[in-house]
Design a protein around this ligand. Sequence first.
Ligand SMILES: Nc1ncnc2c1ncn2[C@@H]1O[C@H](COP(=O)(O)OP(=O)(O)OP(=O)(O)O)[C@@H](O)[C@H]1O
Length: 272
Amino acid sequence: MELQRSWQRFVGLWTDRPRREGSLISGRYRIQELLGMGSYGLTYLCIDELNGEEVALKESKPSKGRLSARLLEREADVMRRMDHPAIPKLLHAFIYKKRSYISTEYIRGETLEQCIFEQGRKYTEQECLLLALQLLEPVVHVHERGYIHGDVRIPNVILRDERVHLIDFGLARRMGEPLLPELKRRMRELPKPEDEPAAPDQDLQDLGHFLLFMLYSAYEPEKGKAPASWQEELKLTPGLHHMLERLLGLRPGYTEGAPELQAEIEHLLDSC
Ligand SMILES: Nc1ncnc2c1ncn2[C@@H]1O[C@H](COP(=O)(O)OP(=O)(O)OP(=O)(O)O)[C@@H](O)[C@H]1O
């Protein structure tokens, strides 16, 4: 059994190996570099030789079979319904040599994860609130179109010219839709209730975690002090502290959804 699993893993690594730089996909997309390898797909920066534009090209993983292709089709279906300057546009969804692909507008910039962990950027309370307010614009749009994003996290937010963009709609769901059973395993470590039908407060809870990550970027632990809760460590202003407790489910939440949160952040910024 163990031998069979190791063999399957080896075959997976081989069949999913990234394509070489310079390869041409579907006679049109020239690979520049591998951007990332997720559980179900590989993403490349490519030049679309039809017009010379940079695109992000996501390819299904052959070892994950039909599921990987189905997830990409779902992602394309959601992105096709979005029309917002802070969400990359879906350009093309196609099948080439039995693999599924989607190409989207490429956002040249850094993810907030890179800004914090690679560049060591530190964000003040006010900067965190301003970024969260910007991020709420695409989130509100997704909700208005009847979906949740389902994965609002710092690696899925790209900063370009100090403006945020929300990427990766791989876990997006129609409001009320349960999580795909095949994805539950992937979500196991996440603290949210995975069986709940999709609702806006799931993205708002993610926004609470997003804000905590951003706020911790400026946290300097005192020497010799034992780790404590965020409430104790982050010495936040009372308004922000209260808002985070609402987002994280420690107090009654935002029943009016993302627009109510937008109004509260604007109010907090006015009193800064
Ligand atoms: N439109 C885009 N513009 C710029 N970079 C992008 C774009 N889409 C994806 N990327 C980058 O490609 C990498 C992988 O993208 P993405 O998160 O969509 O893939 P994924 O397979 O869902 O990955 P994961 O499973 O890690 O979430 C990330 O580093 C991301 O920053």
